[in-house]
Write a protein that binds this ligand. Structure first.
Ligand code: HEC
Length: 120
């Protein structure tokens, strides 16, 4: 019985915490505005984070295992063009058309610049 009461108390605390989170309206519009208008100049940390999503398949720091294209040292314009072609469906792809659609053209240019600067 005592144990059950403890669990119920934890449950109530959890519910209270959720309610408290839901009641912070001030942060929500600011976050939405930030998402709608991405910073004109992304920070190096932001670009690194975007690029890290590519490394699962294209290798750590863009150096791929055999059978996958390395991105490290790829020409920036080539890579941007390839990504835009995936995004628009102009280039055939098994997966890159989905991935490329997740990024704005500006993000693609920034990610391409990041990989272009990495040693092969
Ligand atoms: C889930 C695995 C996966 C992830 C994650 C991934 N790619 Fe790819 N990528 C592929 C595959 C597979 C191809 C070959 C085209 C296809 O079948 O979609 C490819 C092809 C490419 C090519 C063309 C290479 C060439 O020269 O032909 C580029 C450029 C590229 N990816 C960039 C990226 C970038 C930038 C990211 C991160 C935003 C990324 N990829 C994330 C799997 C992935």
């Amino acid at each position: 019985m005592k144990v059950l009461t403890k669990f119920m108390a934890i449950g109530l605390l959890g519910a209270a915490a959720l309610t408290a989170q839901a009641q912070t309206p001030a942060a929500a519009p600011a976050a939405a505005a930030a998402a709608a208008t991405p910073a004109a100049t992304p920070t190096p940390a932001q670009i690194r984070l975007w690029a890290s999503a590519c490394m699962t398949c294209h290798g750590t720091l863009g150096r791929a295992q055999p059978g996958m294209e390395s991105l490290a040292g790829m020409n920036r314009e080539d890579m941007t063009r390839k990504m835009i072609n995936f995004k628009t469906g102009r280039a055939p792809a098994t997966i890159m058309h989905h991935i490329a659609r997740g990024y704005s053209d500006e993000q693609i240019a920034a990610i391409s610049g990041y990989f272009a600067a990495l040693p092969r």
